[in-house]
Ligand binder design. Structure first.
Ligand code: T5A
Length: 208
């Protein structure tokens, strides 16, 4: 049995993560790999229930600390119930967002990056992806794509101010620079097929 691999897609709103997850999964299946597609927040029954709590309601529904704990709790369930069992049977798991989203979205204000990493150590034993693909898209293009999809109704976190989303993008860039072995930053502009080809190239060393 070839070893399972855990791949995450990260990036800001509208970068094309969900679109690329589907295309990447199809391409890997075409190479004979058993692929599990999943997402965060969510990916297991309990985590999907927490997702609804996190993404709906007023902007101030949760304090920063409660929000970070809810993301960490959802992730703990997702890792234990979905990701680890799939990897154990040799499947590849591709997740639309994971820990780095919490670091970028919840670890830049009242809580620090070290706080988010500590929550992940407690919740998920510090479990990390084999490869994180960071989809990089200029702000204007990402906003255009997100608006084309969501109209004027972004979710509770997506609807935050553009300064917040700029800080999130900068944080993702920092993480990629700090961990070059795990991260690959991939240009997400242009047509979807070209982006998929870039993502596949960024997994070349892992594909059997
Ligand atoms: N969050 C999440 C945290 O704060 N902390 C955490 O720990 C985690 C895990 C999740 C929200 O939760 C926050 C971040 C988010 O605010 P979500 O509903 O899961 O929200 O949505 P997002 O992850 O933000 O992702 P989006 O769904 O907004 O965007 P995607 O998935 O990056 O983009 P996608 O594929 O839906 O594409 C957007 C639009 O662009 C088109 C698509 O058809 C779609 O209409 N598109 C393209 N158009 C032109 N060219 C291309 N190449 C295109 N690719 C896609």
């Amino acid at each position: 049995m070839t070893p399972g691999r855990f791949i995450t897609l990260e990036g800001g709103e509208g970068a094309g993560k969900s679109t690329q997850l589907r295309a990447l999964a199809a391409a890997l299946r075409g190479r004979g790999i058993d692929v599990v597609e999943t997402r965060e927040p969510g990916g297991s029954e309990g985590a999907e229930a927490i997702r609804a709590l996190l993404l709906t309601g007023g902007a101030d529904r949760w304090s920063a600390r409660a929000e970070a704990l809810l993301f960490a709790a959802a992730r703990a369930d997702h890792v234990e119930r979905t990701i680890r069992p799939a990897l154990a049977r040799g499947a590849w798991v591709i997740s639309d967002r994971f820990l780095d989203s919490s670091r970028a979205y919840q670890g830049q204000g009242e809580l620090t990056d070290a706080d988010i990493v500590a929550l992940h150590r407690i919740g998920s034993e510090g479990f990390l992806p084999d490869r994180t693909l960071l989809l990089a898209l200029p702000e204007a293009e990402a906003a255009e794509r997100a608006t084309a999809r969501d109209g004027d109704a972004p979710d509770r976190i997506g609807g935050r101010a553009s300064d917040f989303h700029r800080a999130v993008a900068a944080a993702f860039d920092r993480f990629a620079g700090d961990e070059p072995a795990r991260f690959r930053k991939v240009d997400a502009s242009g047509g979807a097929e070209a982006v998929t080809a870039r993502l596949l190239a960024a997994l070349d060393d892992l594909v059997p």
